[in-house]
Design a protein. Sequence first.
Length: 294
Amino acid sequence: MLQQGEGIMCICGAPMEAYREGGGGYERFCCRQCGLLSRGEMPSEEETVQWYRESYWKQFGQEQLGTARENVCRHVMERIIIAHQSPGLLVDIGCGAGALLKCGADRGWRGIGFELSRPAVSQARSQGLEVYEQSWLPCPLHAESADAVTFLNVLDHLVRPFDALKEAWRVLRPGGQIYIRVPNGPLHDRVSRILSGCGLNHLTVMHLYGFGRRALSFHLTRLGFESVDVRTSPPTQADAYGFDGKRRSLLRQFAKQMDWIAYGAMCRAGLDRWGWGPSVEALARKPFASVKER
């Protein structure tokens, strides 16, 4: 977002409208032109880095080591391989314990990961993976050195997501692929408003930004990427946050099952390309010909 006078302007240049989550919760902003959602109050980049360095692994390390997301990693590599059949260099941003890098290595790809959490980096390195304990910005990789750059449930956590995408453009070779997976921001926002009245809005997800099909398509095209394909992403094969027997976990388990049923129905009907599901993914390509960066 950009501050301009008394209003809040989106990065696309259009004004953003303010509203309250669930009618009285946290302030959010929505761009009516590109569909981008954002939190009203943003942490500083230093605060975000500190949280991932010190707290992230304590809260979410267990699910990073499990098998809940293996199906998503396989799916991501399959999509990249279809678009870029020869193995190359895969760069994973916010790689966690290296699950996607390991999946790529099993298919002949060389992988490099960037991760802020020291325990996550140690876990990834124990598997022989090349992972650096640092932020993606600034990136030490040479221009046009990577064949694929991935943001797997990362982009909506970043304070500067569009700078991160520009850096991905810089390091990608012409013809290289960018893959993004995020919660479907507009869907979660609408469902959160509905569920807030009965205290169930914890089943929805909203981080710093909310990206949906329209926002991903708009901004990837704006930044110069082509062949932009946005669709519903498959759910993880299990609840990545575990089951503790409480009502909240039972509801999460039920929501997971409904997610799988809905995803299967959408795929059979060809509706996954509309990006209506709880998670969406985008695959796009840096053009082979030189394009002026926008």
